[in-house]
Design a protein around this ligand. Structure first.
Ligand SMILES: [Zn+2]
Length: 250
């Protein structure tokens, strides 16, 4: 499996070699991974589709409020859940699944150091995946590394274990965890929205009342402007740049 993946990874890398040379170290890393079709920052689409993503949940207060807000618009989101929190609040995951949201992997323990050891990361992914499958009947296919940190080993371990790696659009980092005010969080998203954006927000890990309010503002404005909020998998299915041949976890 690993050998096959590495070969596919390398051949895609060669196949999609672009003409322009990136100048910044981050861009070089991003460019290299993005061209595999397995690592995403955003989707390449002209359709007015956006993916709102929520890290670190579920939370019995804020996640529920966000789900209620999204229901009014029939908006769908993607929740990168922490396993040990999901274990405490399985009914929230069940509701998310029933209402058509996507549940994705954000490790079981949410300990940064676990990502540094491939075997530990693999165990963390597996433990959370088994749990999510047990609760919702469906194993996750998307992984977001803790704090969005990635390196060669984290990416390879994730891919070898059947995951797409999902980061977020660079101009859509709301930094809602800093609690800058609901309006400011919303403005950050709405100011330069473009089709295919992946927005990062947090539905747990502290007081997320500003995030909840911001989600209400964001939804109201986006839907008025003709946008639709969809899950990351749905968004990627509309992307021109996705390479669909490597569905490692069918
Ligand atoms: Zn996190």
């Amino acid at each position: 499996m690993m050998k096959k993946t590495i070969i596919a990874f390398c051949s895609l890398f060669i196949l999609y070699m672009p003409v322009a040379k990136p100048t910044h170290a981050n861009e070089i890393k991003r460019w290299k991974y993005e061209k595999t079709g397995l690592v995403f920052w955003e989707a390449d689409t002209k359709e007015k589709l956006i993916a709102l993503t929520f890290d670190d949940g579920p939370d019995p207060l804020y996640t529920i409020q966000i789900l209620d807000a999204m229901k009014k618009y029939n908006a769908k989101g993607t929740f990168f859940v922490i396993g040990k929190e999901a274990e405490r609040f399985p009914e929230i995951l069940k509701r998310q699944a029933i209402e058509g949201h996507e549940i994705a992997n954000h490790t079981y323990r949410h300990k940064f150091r676990d990502m540094k050891n491939p075997n530990v990361l693999k165990a963390e992914l597996r433990k959370n995946s088994d749990l999510i499958k047990r609760i919702t009947g469906k194993a996750p296919t998307l992984f977001r590394p803790i704090a969005g940190y990635y390196d060669e080993q984290i990416i390879e371990t994730s891919i070898d274990n059947g995951y797409y790696v999902v980061l977020w659009t660079w101009h859509q980092d709301t930094r809602d965890w800093k609690k800058p005010g609901a309006k400011r969080i919303a403005r950050n998203v709405l100011y330069d929205t473009k089709p295919g954006d992946i927005v990062i927000l947090h539905d747990a890990g502290g007081d997320r009342s500003q995030t909840v309010k911001a989600v209400e503002y964001i939804l109201e404005s986006l839907y008025k402007r003709g946008y639709k909020c969809v899950t990351v998998s749905e968004l990627l299915s509309h992307s021109n740049s996705v390479v669909p041949v490597l569905l490692l976890n069918p």
